[in-house]
Design a protein. Structure first.
Length: 221
């Protein structure tokens, strides 16, 4: 169920858990992939295969579009987000076990937050659509801080309303190398949830999915 990476399995519940959003708590892969390819086609760039899209760096559009679209990056980013706005709520689905995990942690008075590289306004719209706002003390997205993940600044912002300091009492749960780098940069415990993608040279604790993490949490209660 859970396979140990290069750090030990946590032995006690944390004071806070910070979650990535896309493809960690919710399934947004198809929506993002189709919007990105539509943007590439519109701006006369080669289309992206599903494999390439899955393994790209998972940076925010603010950080990745200048590299991918050059002088047209602002127009391309605006176009991309227009595509997302058209379909993202209709196709938004919680991943198996994600809400169970949130409920379980909240029942143990663990502070919960979201740190995502999705644009902040769009991210909070999705949280509100699922009626999940009561789970999170803070929801931080792209452009909410001066730098996006893997910078630690969004993590610091997510804990701003608390007296919790990043460290061994704070888990960061995400599905990409950017999430693990962000966790390391903020001095949190990195929890990697991804059933199909491997990481190299990064310390992390590995969980297949949110259901697996929920089982670990149950064992700690």
């Amino acid at each position: 169920m859970i396979h140990q990476g290069s750090i030990p399995q946590p032995s006690q519940l944390p004071k806070a858990v910070i979650f990535d959003w896309d493809n960690t708590l919710v399934d947004t892969w198809r929506t993002c992939y189709e919007a990105y390819n539509t943007t590439l086609k519109t701006f006369h760039r080669p289309l992206c295969t599903p494999e390439d899209f899955t393994h790209q760096p998972h940076q925010s559009a603010k950080d990745s579009f200048p590299r991918n679209f050059g002088d047209q990056h602002k127009e391309a980013e605006e176009y991309f987000y227009r595509q997302i706005h058209e379909t993202h709520l209709e196709s938004l689905r919680p991943l198996p076990g994600s809400e169970k995990l949130l409920q379980l942690l909240l029942s143990q008075r663990v502070y919960l937050a979201v740190v995502s590289n999705k644009h902040g306004a769009l991210l909070r719209r999705e949280v509100a659509h699922l009626e999940w706002g009561h789970y999170f003390g803070n929801v931080v997205g792209s452009c909410d801080t001066a730098e996006d993940k893997p910078s630690p600044l969004p993590v610091f912002e997510s804990l701003k309303k608390t007296n919790i300091t990043p460290g061994q009492d704070v888990w960061f749960v995400g599905d990409s190398p950017v999430d693990m780098l962000c966790s390391r940069n903020a001095n949190c415990v990195p929890i990697y949830v991804n059933s199909s993608s491997a990481l190299e040279d990064l310390p992390f604790f590995y969980g297949k999915d949110c259901l697996s993490l929920a089982s670990i949490v149950m064992d700690m209660i």
